[in-house]
Write a protein of this length. Structure first.
Length: 149
């Protein structure tokens, strides 16, 4: 699951590289085994993806805790979110929409949700937090993928 998520991120980056004005688009497909760290892809900030994502996550910290065991705030704690069924963190009062969402979070699902929460999960009570920039979405997803034990 984690490996697939990482491949998705790389594939997405490859696609966005092709659509930019880069003179020589490079397609990167890196297959990694579970337990390895996220590859050091450089973002336009000059940071690796996870670092960029951690910084971009500043837009989320008002509502989302990320430390293991930390109580949820206005939104659910996102530690270990990848591989978790949507709307299933114990002790968080999700909307019926999120509880009824029938998918498990991976990088691709996260990016789709961040692009447009209400489209991905119609009726969600997360009414803010959409991220318009695809690179930032990929980076935040990579950061969330990294939030494991
Ligand atoms: C104003 C508060 C707020 C902000 C800001 C916010 N969220 Fe949320 N988020 C929520 C709430 C509330 C929910 C639960 C939604 C529901 O039950 O429909 C949620 C749910 C989620 C979920 C689903 C969690 C699960 O357990 O299924 C993810 C993933 C998520 N948010 C990611 C983010 C990210 C990444 C950002 C920043 C880009 C962000 N959120 C910004 C309030 C917020």
């Amino acid at each position: 699951m984690k490996r697939l998520a990482l491949i998705t991120i790389i594939a997405t980056l490859g696609l966005s590289a092709c659509s930019s004005e880069s003179p020589e688009p490079v397609e990167q497909i890196i297959v990694r085994t579970p337990g390895e760290t996220v590859p050091a892809v450089e973002t336009s900030d000059g940071d690796d993806l996870v670092t960029t994502g951690r910084k971009a996550f500043a837009a989320c910290v008002a509502c989302h805790a990320v430390e293991q065991g930390e109580p949820s705030g206005a939104g659910p704690n996102l530690f270990g979110i990848v591989g978790r069924q949507a709307g299933t963190l114990a002790d968080f009062a999700y909307s019926d929409a999120m509880t009824g969402a029938d998918f498990t979070w991976n990088a691709e699902q996260l990016e789709a949700f961040l692009a447009n929460p209400a489209e991905k999960v119609p009726g969600t009570t997360m009414v803010t937090g959409a991220v318009t920039d695809p690179e930032r979405r990929s980076a935040i997803a990579a950061y969330l993928v990294s939030l494991t034990e």
